[in-house]
Design a protein around this ligand. Structure first.
Ligand code: GDP
Length: 310
């Protein structure tokens, strides 16, 4: 196996923005993208894998770029009828998106694993990178709030991240196993890049799959992460709230602390320059760059900066 490839740890929207820049610089065949599946949910009898789909649609160039998820030029006819029968109308599913969930569910029912189904879907959509779920087993992220414990997607979409967070639980994580070739990829990769994704419920979930953290710790010196927090706030989503609720400083420093055991290099935003020396005291080489990816050029420049670092 040539070891000129990159391993990329990814969540959904934040990761997809960075990966869009990266595939402009690195041949897509050289990317092995390990994706969080803690957000996976079963609705309408269908297996839905939001982060796998965001990454797949982005690389297949069919994603709705404005929203960052789902297909572009989408219609919602099926959902308008499904809403008559179910209470899950809060989960937006377009007609094209539903076709993917139907196909995936069919494959899983036939006995294919999640990794095999992911491969089939991404190949049929013309994706050249390898997209790999963090595990085949079911892991579901739950958020403990003062009134109830709810699925992450419910917290995120239905309740718009409003409830106070008392804790996070990855149900089923103890039975999860990394896809065997992923451990080999981690060992052999030229560089491992941790996308600017939610540190707790995207990257944290992947890292907590048994044996993953140990594999990463051994390769610490080639691991590069981009902070998803700029000036103490998230660009989108509840990463800041989650960090705070778990007792971490709500800043790039807090993310660095969370990643400390396995992170060798950290790219923080220019606006957080004042945190550089504090993060370096954790034993993490720290670099500053403009990390706000508002257009393709900025995504490309950030990716270029990360892959050029020595
Ligand atoms: P999700 O699963 O769809 O929420 O997506 P991810 O976990 O991949 O990403 C969510 C994280 O991406 C949030 O914490 C955001 O702050 C971060 N993010 C989104 N866009 C940007 C950006 O342009 N720059 C940086 N640095 N972080 C970003």
């Amino acid at each position: 196996m040539a070891d000129d490839f990159y391993v990329v740890l990814a969540g959904g929207v934040g990761a997809a923005k960075f990966i869009e820049g990266l595939v402009n610089l690195v041949p897509p065949e050289l990317l092995k993208i390990i994706v969080n599946t803690g957000d996976d949910i079963e609705l309408f009898g269908l297996k839905i894998c939001p982060d796998l789909d965001i990454i797949t649609y982005t690389l297949a160039n069919v994603v709705d770029k404005e929203k960052g998820w789902g297909f572009f030029d989408e219609t919602f006819n099926c959902l308008s009828i499904l809403k008559k029968f179910y209470n899950y109308g809060w989960f937006n599913l377009g007609d094209k998106d539903l076709a993917i969930h139907l196909y995936r569910t069919d494959l899983l029912n036939q006995g294919f694993t999640k990794a095999q189904a992911t491969k089939k879907i991404s190949e049929k959509l013309g994706v050249l990178s390898e997209i790999i779920p963090m595990c085949n087993e079911s892991v579901e992220t739950y958020i403990k709030t003062p009134s109830e414990t709810i699925h992450f997607e419910e917290y995120f979409i239905k309740y718009q991240c409003q409830p106070e967070i008392l804790g996070v639980e990855f149900k089923g994580i103890e039975n999860a196993k990394p896809i065997e070739r992923v451990l080999k990829f981690i060992k052999k990769a030229k560089r491992i890049i941790i996308c600017p994704s939610n540190p707790i419920v995207s990257i944290g979930t992947i890292v907590q799959v048994p044996r993953m953290k140990e594999a990463l710790v051994k390769e610490k010196n080639k691991i590069y992460a981009i902070s998803p927090i700029i000036q103490g706030t998230t660009v989108k989503g509840p990463a800041d709230k989650l960090l705070g609720s778990l007792g971490f400083n709500v800043s790039s420093f807090g993310v660095a602390k969370y990643y400390q055991d396995f992170l060798g290099h950290f790219i923080i935003d220019n606006k957080d320059r004042n945190l550089k020396s504090k993060i370096e005291k954790l034993g993490i080489k720290t670099y500053c760059f403009d990390t706000l990816m508002t257009n393709l050029e900025k995504k490309r420049k950030l990716a270029q900066f990360v892959i050029n670092l020595k």
